[in-house]
Write a protein of this length. Sequence first.
Length: 462
Amino acid sequence: MKKLLFVLIVILMLPIALFSQDTWDRMVRPLTWFHHMFEVYEIKECYDGGYAMIGSCQWYLDEVDMHPRTYIMKTDSEGILQWSIQDSIDATGNNNHFSHIGFVETPDHGFIVATHRSLFKYDEFGNRCWSHNEDSETGFDMTDITMTNDGNILLSGRINYVASCRKITQDNEIIWEKTYPVPDNQYSIVRTSFYTESNNLIQVVAAQPDFFEDGFILIYKCDSLGDTLLVNRDIPDEYFRCFGNIYEDIDTSNLYFTNGNATLIANSDCEIISYNFPTIDATKLEYHSPSTLITRGIYYHVLDKNSLVEIYSSEETGTELGHIDGYETFIILDDGFMVTAGDFTYSDGIRIIKTNSLGAVPSCDYTIPEPNQMILSNYPNPFNPETTLSFELKADSDATLEVFNIKGQKVNTLVERRLSKGSHTVVWSGEDKKGNTVTSGIYFYKLTAGNESVTKKAVLMK
């Protein structure tokens, strides 16, 4: 009955989602000369509301050989391409210097791209600021890059075949570096890392006797400086081969570790609560609702957060986004919408789609929709100690502008009165309604005017 009711709601919502101006479908080509088989590995929402993506394409060097090239590109909030670069992040080097593993947006709105042995920093317009290459034999072999809670960067991987992490500034100055030896001096590597809300560092470490044998997984819980607090070695063998992301449920502090073979639920001390081996590809899990998570392959799949049992699939409504060839990515936006990017059925470009929270696809006319009439933004972002919130009303309205923390608790009300049509600004000095300075972190500010509302994200960084 519950599943039937869920599907009926979806069917009723689909016509609205398909023709909503809040959804769109774009086809972009990051590079101008002839390429083939574009792939997208990661997409992030940027501070300005646009999107940045990293991926690769096969470049025809001659009639026989295809050479992979890495690119990074930036679009605006409507998916319109602003710039793209291939630069020298390509396959002309050796030792997999070109093989990208991720990127982060820095507080100055630039980007740091990490490959296995190199780092590249670009400004907000795609101009290269600096690059750094590790020694091909003894240097840091990177597998993951993430932002820390204090605005620096954490690199994960291995040094001399020993699992390691390195914290750097956005100018590549080393803050600290730690190694994590495993039993019997086996080969080891940090596959992925994650900072929790309480500022603990969670790391998934893989260890194996040699490169041709399966091994085992260890989950490390460390303090903010990377020092080990505890290690959990009781991880199912099926979790070894692949790896995906780590997701934290803010309400329960439970951690979700997912890959293509299994999904694990652990408590805040990394003790396994349960695990499941779903029949769907679950290389990435994201928040969907207070009781559900979402993952996707060719279709979207909504899972119960406690049991990991599938309760909805867009396959039931025929909402297929085309062949993806295993390389695609998605993000959940603050307003509940999703943005998905991948090569899909296209061989000479990338398709970027903004859908509703259940993966409903808009009509594919590739036209630029009219901009939202109620505009809301803040600058600077990140900010310290204050930021200016700017918004525009399409008519005279009773308006409220409220600030919430990441748990959904109201922090302050900045505006609560009738305002005239047009542009308005208000300064938030990072204080709650009692005048107390709030802590560093992510905050959401919501503008409501008449029957419309819009929510945006701001980052306070001290």
